[in-house]
Write a protein that binds this ligand. Structure first.
Ligand SMILES: [Zn+2]
Length: 427
């Protein structure tokens, strides 16, 4: 009985031991399983990386292709249909090639007389608003390449004006003798007949001698600086006579004191006229002009006209002196400053020749041969000096006064320089 019980107890003990061992080994297995799973999780990303680099999935392959396209294709412009100027035309933003990006189109040229601004071709205009290649409302201006140019052959003239070679218009009352170009650029001289002319064809013939294009009549273009600058001068004549004997005073008032409001009898007909030369049909030496007056009254003697015109056009004084002028024997009162200022261009008041040589306005071109200081000028014999021995401003034979003879007939270097200053105001 005891033996059996002992055997039974031993068996039970073995079973218990086996159960414990089983439990322990089961728990260990479970534990190890868990540890193994943790290790796999940690290492998995590394495995994936390796797999990825060696053998990409289809999805990954597509992703990589997309990335490559973005690198080879960039938008050159941001917005479709946007435009920009380029060269003489414009470009539009759009997709013009195989890729999906936007790029600028080839250049579309702007049509004639339009120009690209902010991507749009717009009509070009001249300063007065006239479109390119069209006539301005101000005749005869034409808008060509952005410049308003006189073009009466295309655009015509306003009423009362005639179209001239070169495209400018001239008032029909300014009858052309010798035309050089646009009156706005040129010195415009008009010859006007005195009533003493019965025959207008005689007057016109005389006026041409005073202009003297051939240089054979001692007229204007026979002498420098007019000779070399005749392309800066337009010559006209007026087909209307004036009675200078009656009108002398009135004309002088009109041209010297324009504030009186008297209508300008010549320029109201020929507004282009800057210098007016009225010729009397007489050969006597009796002319009139005052510096910068714009008016010369002369007789039918071309050389007298040249002399008088030099007064009216420039700042030149008479260089002759002595009889019949009342001041003939006087010493010029060079201390009178106002008078001094008026006449110091070609007549220089000075107490001595030495003082003149050092202080005259022409001292820079004194050569002591042709240009020097010669005593006697502006009707006075003493105390005032002229730049050359003789000149057109000092003619003795012409004016019957003390002065010089006609030898070396010219204005001389000093007067030429003064007249040239005026001519250089013109083109
Ligand atoms: Zn004079």
């Amino acid at each position: 009985m005891n033996l059996i019980r002992n055997q039974e107890q031993g068996l039970i003990g073995i079973i218990i031991v086996l159960i414990i061992v089983g439990l322990l080994s089961g728990g260990l297995y479970y534990y190890l399983q868990r540890q193994s799973a943790k290790t796999t999780e940690v290492e998995k990303p590394i495995e994936e990386e390796i797999v990825k680099s060696e053998e990409p999935t289809q999805e990954e392959k597509e992703g990589e292709i997309t990335t490559e396209e973005e690198l080879s294709c960039q938008n050159d412009c941001s917005q479709a249909d946007a435009k920009r100027c380029s060269g003489s035309g414009y470009q539009a933003c759009g997709n013009y090639d195989d890729d999906e990006c936007l790029e600028w189109s080839s250049i579309t040229s702007c049509s004639t007389n339009t120009v690209c601004q902010n991507g749009i071709c717009i009509q070009q205009k001249c300063s007065d608003g006239t479109l390119y290649s069209q006539c301005s409302t101000t005749k005869p201006l034409y808008c060509g390449n952005g410049q308003l140019i006189n073009s009466c052959d295309k655009c015509g003239c306003s009423s009362g004006k005639n179209c001239q070679v070169g495209g400018s218009c001239v008032s029909s009352n300014c009858k052309i003798i010798k035309y050089s170009g646009n009156p706005e650029d040129k010195l415009d001289i008009i010859f006007v007949p005195d009533e003493s002319y019965e025959d207008m064809s005689k007057f016109l013939s005389d006026a041409k001698k005073h202009i003297d294009e051939a240089g054979v009549n001692n007229g204007l273009l026979a002498f420098e600086p007019f000779k070399s600058n005749q392309n800066k001068i337009n010559f006209y004549w007026l087909d209307k006579k004036f009675n200078t004997n009656e009108l002398d005073t009135k004309l002088i008032n009109i041209y010297l004191t324009p504030k009186t409001g008297e209508p300008d009898p010549v320029r109201s007909l020929c507004p282009e006229a800057e210098q007016i030369i009225i010729i009397k049909n007489s050969a006597e030496w009796a002319g009139w002009a005052r510096v910068f007056s714009g008016l010369t009254i002369t007789t039918n003697n071309p050389l007298l006209t040249v002399h008088e015109f030099a007064h009216a056009f420039g700042d030149l004084q008479d260089e002759y002196f002595g009889d019949p002028h009342p001041e003939s024997n006087d010493i010029f009162p060079y201390s009178v400053s106002s008078f001094e200022k008026k006449i110091n261009v070609n007549c220089f008041p000075a107490p001595s020749k030495e003082y003149c040589l050092e202080n005259a306005p022409w001292k820079d071109i004194i050569d002591n041969l042709i240009v020097s200081c010669f005593e006697g000028c502006n009707y006075f014999i003493h105390g005032i000096y002229r730049p050359t021995e003789s000149s057109i401003m000092s003619l003795k034979t012409a004016f019957g006064a003390g002065g010089t003879s006609e030898i070396n007939l010219s204005f001389g270097p000093v007067n030429e320089r003064e007249l040239l200053k005026e001519l250089n105001e013109y083109k």
